[in-house]
Design a protein around this ligand. Sequence first.
Ligand code: ATP
Ligand code: ZN
Length: 286
Amino acid sequence: MFNKKITIAIQSKGRLYEESKKLLSNSGISFRIIENRLLTRASNVNVDILQVRDDDIPSLVSNKVADLGIVGKNLLDEQLAGDKSLSVKEIINLGFSKCKLCFAKPKDSTTESLNNKIIASSYPNLVNQYLKQNKIKADVIKINGSVELTPYIGIADYICDLVSSGATLEANNLEATETLMESEAVLISSNDVDDTNFFDLVNRFKGVINAKDSKYVMLNCDESNIKKICSLLPGSESPTIIPLEQKNKFAIHALCKEPVFWETMEELKENGASSVLVLPVEKILN
Ligand code: ATP
Ligand code: ZN
């Protein structure tokens, strides 16, 4: 597997680290990361893992030091907006580290718009792009850390920062106003690269990501309820319908690619399903 070596750059520590490692190991790559080591060699496949700061990943991929990289879309778009020589593309969304880049202001602030305000952000290129697109005149100052404190030390009216649960905003008495972008971790490669080299590995990643929300559902029902029940199975393409020994009784087996909630199961039951089993799916290879 993987005839030519594939080098993949991941964040060495931080918010992307654990999920990036999990994606690699769930994709069948065995490795043991040693702290502070830049390079880890997989023990079972031809894959090297580069552990670096997330800020360095787009340029390492652009310069083909790494074939693939895992970064937040927020960071990628910020760097693409600021550096026209960066030649990278998103291959797939990875479904983790979901957050939003939001404007926020102190709860007791009476300002109504961003016009003529000072905005502190670690994403000055994205903020300036947004202001330009929306024809807003405002000053942007670049702050690398603790952006949420800037309104209280008098250097900004607004901030533009990443928000996930909103707990940091709440703890600093800030409220979100508009959202600049939604973000999640993405897999990137260089723009001009022969992607047949990592096609199989990307397929494995897709298999892990697709399986995350997927469930295998099995249930029994009367013949008259089959159509209705199939229409209620979330994200299932073509369920298997198997006759049971008992007359007019059938089993339906389906791969549901969208979450199956208790409410879904209750609705299935109300429509004549019995013995509803929901099983986890580990991997999917399409
Ligand atoms: P490094 O030391 O590698 O430069 P960092 O401090 O710049 O790390 P982290 O705080 O670890 O970066 O965040 C990395 C990425 O995780 C962000 O670019 C973003 O995509 C995502 N992220 C950041 N904050 C959150 C959050 N609150 N919830 C979910 N994902 C987040
Ligand atoms: Zn960083």
